[in-house]
Design a protein around this ligand. Structure first.
Ligand code: NAD
Length: 347
């Protein structure tokens, strides 16, 4: 039996990861430590709530007593807990520094006092590399040049991880995935926002000229990669996880509208995000050597994602009715009032 301590398991990627662990590893016992911030959604794990292999603990990754107790019970740690939305980090970055930096430190400190700990997977992001020019792909040895408070807090967490590997020999593996899409992602993120707005004939706000480019990684591919890294990654090493599914935001919005049979005129160009990185792109040759490659191209990833939101209106309507309403108004109210209409191929 292996006991996995997963942090942030009620969020988007963490919940998909827990479902995979319980499905794929018969000997898995999962403890999910989650603070249930606005992003933590117990609905994500309803289907395993009663499993005897699953235990939920509501609590903060920054709480040394609780974390110390849980880490002592774990053979393996998978650390997802974070404040994850760049736009919110531009409004107020304190919680990002606290959870990413102090939370990671708290887990590392507890981990170094657990001699039976086999592996610690630290989930970082490709955003730590900062803006990457078209045609370029970051490799793991590239310098970190984070440009948003979110990315800086993630880079700060990584720096501590590396220090604990060097100083205490902790068996930590770092993953740097690209932009995930898939079931259970909070509505604040670009793809769910566009999908659910389009379903209800509401406008789709696109920042700036809509020509920011992201590498769209299907969450099932990402969690498979994370599972491999957790079991076969080399301790002390960093691994990019990407798909080379680069698309401009405008192309993503258009693809969503096509899948839903909605008009492009729903698109609005709104004031850009401050310091908006134009592009991220990673080379994932290193993890490929462990036998992993993504199974979903962009079309398959976006179609599966859109269909999931179509079939799970109950899930996202509950999210839309909560705290999100206030956030949406703050982030997009004025922007949409000042928006420019859609023109084919960009603004
Ligand atoms: N979503 C992406 O596209 C993406 C891409 C690359 C990396 N990542 C990283 O993957 C991880 C998961 O991202 P996500 O999109 O699932 O995020 P999410 O916002 O959907 O979920 C975050 C979860 O962490 C919990 N949490 C927040 N603060 C906590 C704290 N102090 N203690 C305990 N739990 C806390 C929340 O309640 C929530 O359940 C993050 O570390 C993120 O930086 C995400």
């Amino acid at each position: 039996m292996t006991t996995y301590l997963v942090t942030g398991g009620c969020g988007f990627i963490g919940s998909n990861f827990i479902l995979r662990l319980l499905r794929e590893h018969r000997d898995a016992r999962v403890i999910n430590l989650d603070k249930l911030t606005y992003a933590g959604n117990p609905d994500n794990l309803r289907e395993v709530e009663q499993d005897e292999g699953y235990r939920f603990v509501e609590g903060d990754a920054c709480d040394p007593t609780l974390v110390g107790e849980l880490v002592q019970q774990a053979d393996v740690i998978a650390h997802f807990a974070a404040e994850s939305h760049v736009d919110r980090s531009l409004m107020e970055s304190g919680a990002f520094i606290t959870t990413e930096v102090l939370g990671t430190y708290t887990l590392l400190e507890a981990a170094r006092h657990n001699p039976k700990l086999k592996r610690f997977l630290h989930v970082s992001t490709d955003e730590v590399y900062g803006d990457v020019a078209e045609g370029q792909f970051s490799v793991e040895t590239d310098p970190l040049r984070p440009r948003s408070p979110y990315a800086a807090s993630k880079a700060g967490a990584e720096m501590q991880v590396i220090a604990y590997v060097e100083t205490y020999g902790l068996p930590v593996v770092v993953a740097r995935p690209g932009n995930n899409v898939g079931p259970r992602q909070h509505l604040e993120k670009f793809v769910p926002l566009c999908t659910t707005n389009a379903m209800d004939d509401r406008p789709l706000p696109l920042y700036g000229d809509g020509r920011q480019q992201r590498d769209w990684l299907f969450v099932e591919d990402n969690i498979e990669a994370l599972d491999i890294l957790l079991h076969e990654g080399e301790p002390g090493e960093v691994y990019n996880v990407g798909a080379k599914n680069h698309r401009y935001n405008i192309d993503v919005a258009e693809a969503i509208l096509d899948l839903l049979g909605k008009p492009k005129s729903l698109i609005r160009f709104v004031e850009d995000r401050a310091g908006h990185d134009r592009r991220y792109g990673v080379d994932y040759g290193k993890i490929s050597k462990l036998g992993w490659s993504p199974s979903h191209d962009f079309e398959a990833a976006i179609e599966k994602t859109v269909r999931w939101y179509e079939e799970n209106r109950w899930w996202w309507e509950a999210v839309r009715e909560g705290e999100f309403k206030e956030y949406y108004e703050k982030q997009y109210g004025q922007r949409l009032a000042d928006a420019r209409p859609y023109t084919s191929g960009g603004s």
